[in-house]
Design a protein around this ligand. Structure first.
Ligand code: HSE
Length: 428
């Protein structure tokens, strides 16, 4: 006897699943305590089926999902189609038909995860999705299992490979945003519409899921602020470098006295911070907790074999649970009511890049504005630009979100100053 599974979609990641099942057969079978057999594969249409068959793929390809949903022999459905629909409908139908589901679909799980998990619970089936966050890094299971004894206080993540590749080019080689994007597209990292990757949306989906696992709180996607990398200029990058920082797109979740706060934003990381060395398409999740202290989980966030490794780990776990009769337990059992932090409790250092007239009294006026808001300067840098305007860069000591918002409003309303950019700065 073997456990029969069906794959929904046979793209890059899905084709890594049979690779692992074959190449690591002995270990997988020992861990799962059963054979795992790919019984059916759903593809879009006959043309795709013929193309795959011509390429030597010898599976039972079907083009109608009913052939999988109605097949009583199939125990587990692996959804690797991506996007919301039809994946959501197919997963819902599979769960309702009593099938266990493995998915790598972060967009879907971040937005409709609660609904799908409820359906899974109602039907006493498993819905696992290790691959949805940072593909090849086993971060969700690590939070569930290894950190079960620990209390997480902060999570920082470089969890979008495309934007990290671009930032690496911008930081290490001084490329512009546009050149970095063109190269990411040429190499196939960024899609023709790169919005989700470069605007922090993909990373924000991952923060939603990480909030549930690290903090037990079900934050909604629109409660995670996101700002992307498209506004970062070579000047921001070089100023950051001269002040001892590296800019990266960083997702953060912190727990304050009043609750949690999550956002994705370009962040100045001190060069010695572990995340500052995470380059190219690599991902990392950095965790602060009361037990371990600091830990970081590093690896590939996408790609065929890394992502398939997480998918197959979920499969192994489900098959083993089926054997042991413990199936139906939620992937993540940590759950607390959502409490969002008050803006006054969320504190960060900030970078302000300001264009000011090259005249006397400008720094004094800036000091007045920052003083009035109770924000003190940690670092300040002024450079003449063209004799008419000067570029002023200020890094503040910690200010809370309300102070930060007020500072931005005040600077925007001052006719003399043009606020070019603001970024978060990691530090005390
Ligand atoms: N588009 C994502 C990235 C990959 O660039 O990291 C999967 O989430």
């Amino acid at each position: 006897m073997s456990v029969k599974i069906a794959l929904l979609g046979f793209g890059t990641v899905a084709s890594g699943v049979p690779f692992l099942l074959k190449e690591n057969h002995e270990k997988i079978t020992q861990a799962a305590q059963d054979e795992i057999e790919i019984a059916k594969v759903l593809v879009r249409d006959d043309a795709e089926k013929e193309k795959l068959q011509a390429a030597g793929h010898n599976y039972n390809f079907v083009t109608n999902v009913d052939e999988i949903i109605e097949d009583k022999d199939i125990a587990i459905v692996v959804e690797l189609m991506g996007r919301i629909e039809p994946a959501k409908t197919f997963i819902t139908r599979a769960l309702e038909a009593g099938k266990h589901v493995v998915s790598a679909n972060k967009d879907l799980l971040a937005v409709h995860g609660s609904e799908l998990l409820e359906i899974a619970q109602k039907h006493k089936v498993a819905l696992y999705y290790e691959a949805a966050v940072a593909g090849g890094i086993p971060i969700l299971r690590t939070l569930v299992n290894s950190l079960a004894s620990d209390k997480v206080t902060k999570v920082l993540g470089v969890v979008n490979g495309t934007s990290n590749f671009m930032m690496t080019k911008m930081v290490e080689e001084g490329w512009t945003y546009e050149d970095a994007l063109a190269e990411a597209q040429r190499l196939g990292y960024a899609e023709s519409d790169p919005t989700n990757d470069v605007e922090g949306i993909d990373a924000a989906y991952k923060m939603v899921i990480l909030s549930q696992f690290a903090f037990g709180m079900n934050i909604q996607f629109d409660q995670v602020g996101h700002k992307g990398i498209s506004q970062i200029t070579p000047q921001d990058v070089s100023v950051a470098q001269s002040l001892g920082y590296v800019i990266k797109l960083v997702g953060s979740i912190v727990e304050t006295e009043s609750g949690i706060a999550a956002e994705v934003t370009p962040t100045f990381l001190p060069k010695q911070h572990p995340l500052a060395g995470v380059n190219d398409v690599m991902n990392a999740v950095y965790v602060e907790s009361i037990g371990i202290g600091e830990s970081m989980y590093y690896g590939p966030g996408a790609g065929q074999k890394p992502t398939a490794t997480s998918v197959v780990a979920d499969l192994v776990r489900i098959v083993r649970r089926l054997k042991e009769g413990t199936i139906g337990k939620a992937f993540n059992e940590y759950s607390r009511p959502l409490k969002l932090a008050k803006p006054e409790d969320v504190k960060n250092n900030y970078y302000f890049s300001i264009k000011a007239p090259d005249a006397t009294g400008q720094i004094l006026r800036l000091s007045e504005i920052f003083n009035a808001e109770g924000a003190s300067f940690k670092q300040i840098l002024q450079e003449d630009s063209d004799g008419q305007f000067a570029s002023v860069v200020i890094i503040t000591h910690q200010v809370n979100q309300t102070q930060f918002k007020n500072l931005v409003e005040k600077l925007d309303s001052e006719a003399n100053f043009e606020l070019l950019n603001t970024f978060k700065v990691l530090g005390e």
